[in-house]
Design a protein around this ligand. Structure first.
Ligand code: C2E
Ligand code: CA
Ligand code: CA
Ligand code: CA
Length: 278
């Protein structure tokens, strides 16, 4: 298919459907906005489930649109993926995240940062080379960067993804499997790839109060992960009761509104010192 328009890719040939006029406008605005400081990095803390110590954050991007205000990732990440903008977006998010974590480490707070990767940003670029150069430029130890991938992102080209993950793991970057339990081939994936962490999808975590099936699932995933030597993170922890259940199950880290909502990255050092005081 012919997919170029004035020399710029508008439709990804692999994309499912053409965009609506409103979405098409967003595509152009996102393309212009990238590199113009319109992406805003928010971070959400993750704590040791036993001690409550904050050891890391997840980077969650928002788009400060000049007219529409703050747009959430569910609204623009899929558009970026379908229109050839996801690699530029991922590069910008990685730079913001690595720069922030390097600043915290330099100030005496070595807190790790996790960045979400779309399936489409795994292949077709030299991601490992870019990450390596970025870590060197910002002087962030590789062990303070975690990359979160979904199970489905490993399906398109399993061998290519496995090679990429081996490269990143060799550099010392930590690898996490996101939304665990919602995709396919979970078990073979865990055995095959050099993962460090499993994130249990919040749909299961939120069912911990009252849903016996969800409790069984979460307990099994925690046991499985721990037995494989992985860290297990529970996302979507909204109250203390759920935290307590997860702690009893042996879950490694918790993340969710109970600890904090995602906050602007610049607010994190202040949030952390306040958290440590209380
Ligand atoms: P995710 O990776 O599963 O991120 C967790 C989402 O759950 C975030 O939504 C977060 O704000 C929300 N959340 C956290 N704690 C709680 C809680 O206790 N209760 C509830 N109900 N929700 C909670 P957000 O920030 O809207 O991000 C949505 C999705 O967008 C993310 O899901 C991730 O898949 C994607 N995303 C975000 N930032 C990026 C990025 O930089 N790159 C890529 N490729 N995807 C991103
Ligand atoms: Ca995530
Ligand atoms: Ca590793
Ligand atoms: Ca999730």
């Amino acid at each position: 298919a012919k997919n170029t328009h004035r020399g710029t890719a508008v439709f990804d040939p692999a994309g499912p459907a053409p965009e609506s006029p409103a979405q098409l406008a967003l595509v152009g605005e996102l393309r212009a906005g990238l590199g113009r400081d319109e992406l805003r990095l928010y971070v959400q803390p993750k704590a040791d489930a036993r001690t409550g110590e904050v050891v890391g954050v997840e980077a969650l991007v928002r788009w400060q649109h000049p007219r529409h205000g703050l747009i959430m990732p569910d609204e623009f990440i899929p558009i970026a993926e379908r229109n050839g903008l996801i690699n530029a977006l991922t590069a910008e998010v990685l730079d913001l995240a690595v720069t922030a974590a390097a600043g915290w480490a330099a100030a005496g707070n070595p807190v790790s940062i996790a960045v979400n990767l779309s399936a489409r940003s795994l292949l077709g670029t030299d991601l490992a080379g870019e990450v390596d150069a970025l870590l060197a430029a910002r002087q962030l130890p590789a062990g303070l960067l975690t990359l979160e991938l979904t199970e489905s992102s490993m399906m398109t080209d399993p061998r290519g993804v496995a090679a990429l993950l081996a490269q990143l793991n060799g550099m010392g970057v930590r690898l996490s499997i996101d939304d665990f339990g919602t995709g396919y081939s979970s078990l073979s994936t865990l055995r095959r790839l050099p993962l460090d962490e499993i994130k249990i999808d919040r749909s299961f975590v939120m069912g911990l109060e009252g849903n016996a099936d969800d409790e069984t699932i979460v307990r099994s995933v925690v046991d499985l992960g721990l037995n494989l030597g992985l860290h297990v993170v529970a996302e979507g922890v909204e109250n203390e009761r759920i935290w307590r259940i997860l702690r009893q199950m042996g879950c490694t880290l918790i993340q969710g509104y109970y600890l904090s909502r995602p906050i602007p990255v610049g607010d994190f050092p202040g949030w952390l010192s306040h958290y440590r005081e209380t």
